[in-house]
Design a protein around this ligand. Structure first.
Ligand SMILES: Nc1ncnc2c1ncn2[C@@H]1O[C@H](COP(=O)(O)OP(=O)(O)OP(=O)(O)O)[C@@H](O)[C@H]1O
Length: 309
């Protein structure tokens, strides 16, 4: 479990984190989303015990990160932003060093090191200095270090930042696997990542939580939620056929995608009715689908005041 209560961090006149509270339970993958400088890393560092809060408290598996710091750190794995430090070390030496710091001994130590090296496919690079590794391997070394002591809670600061699509896919698979029995908090700028791995998302801007909901609930706030979209050879004819249809509130033509979006009134579900109507009017169409919504639009609306108007 990861719990933050009224966390606040002030840097001189700047309030980087302004009263952040949430609780994440085992099995949850909580995504921290926000524009640059929103306060995500600062919040994570305070929970990980790397930065003292100006006010408020954080607990990891019930242990206060300030007053019960050792127990809290034992329960937590933390992947900081960017590449692991100790760039001149080899992954082997680095992971040995982290295993020592974590107090791992004997057969369990061997077993955990073997596990993370195999799980993160580090075998081929164990003897090469970290600074000479590709970004993907650097991230994997960081992840291996974060999970070597098998923590019950994990904080991952932009775990897929800078990775290629295959590596992103791989790391997301690992995140979902790790999340089964753990509590996971991760920050990301990648909205598709939220839909792919997060069970819940917190949107933060200027140090304040602006939304805390499941990805599905956030998508439901999109104006594209429950819209119907389709490709029609003659989009003018398609529009004319659907104009005035009960339950339809408007249209939008996406020229790049060549798709017509049909917006519902309220919660109306239009898929079958739209398909019937186009067939009745002999309008040829392809790829008709119900839209779930667009997280990027919801994110923009929540985090930029001008988009709210
Ligand atoms: N040590 C520091 N001293 C002064 N200001 C800082 C310090 N660390 C962070 N800040 C400021 O605090 C604010 C929050 O920074 P933070 O790194 O937490 O944001 P973030 O949401 O993680 O951003 P990003 O997505 O760019 O990583 C920013 O305005 C940043 O410039």
């Amino acid at each position: 479990m990861i719990e933050a209560t009224a966390l606040r961090k002030r840097y001189g006149r700047l309030v980087a984190v302004d009263g952040v509270s949430f609780k994440a339970e085992p099995g949850e993958v909580l995504g921290f989303l926000g524009p640059n400088g929103a306060g995500k890393s600062t919040t994570m560092k305070m929970i990980a015990g790397f930065l003292a809060p100006t006010e408020g408290t954080a607990r990891v598996c019930g242990h206060d990160v300030q007053s019960d710091a050792l127990a809290a750190r034992r329960a937590l794995g933390y992947l900081p932003e960017g590449a692991p430090g100790y760039a001149e070390m080899t992954p082997k030496r680095f992971l040995d060093f982290i295993a020592d710091l974590r107090g791992l001994r004997g057969p369990l130590r061997r077993q955990r090191l073997d596990f993370v090296i195999a799980r993160l496919n580090l075998d081929g690079v164990l003897a090469q200095s970290i600074e000479t590794l590709s970004k993907g391997f650097k991230r994997r070394v960081g992840l291996a270090a974060a999970i070597v002591h098998d923590p019950a809670a994990l904080i991952l600061d932009e775990p897929t930042d800078g990775l290629d699509p295959n590596q992103k896919h791989e790391v997301r698979g690992l995140i979902s696997e790790l999340a089964r029995e753990r509590t996971l908090l991760l920050s990301t700028h990648i909205l598709e990542e939220v839909e792919a791995v997060c069970t819940r998302a917190i949107i933060i801007a200027h140090g304040k939580i602006l939304a805390d909901a499941t990805p599905a609930a956030l998508l439901a706030r999109s104006r594209f939620h429950n819209a119907v979209s389709l490709n029609a050879d003659d989009s003018i004819a398609a529009r004319a056929a659907l104009d005035g249809m009960p339950g339809v509130s408007g249209f939008e033509q996406d020229e790049r995608e060549q798709r017509l979006y049909v917006f519902p009134q309220g919660q109306a579900k239009l898929v079958d009715a739209v398909a019937d109507r186009l067939r009745q009017r002999n309008v040829v169409y392809r790829g008709l689908r119900l839209e779930h919504g667009r997280l990027d639009e919801v994110f923009r609306r929540i985090t930029t005041p001008e988009a709210k108007a």
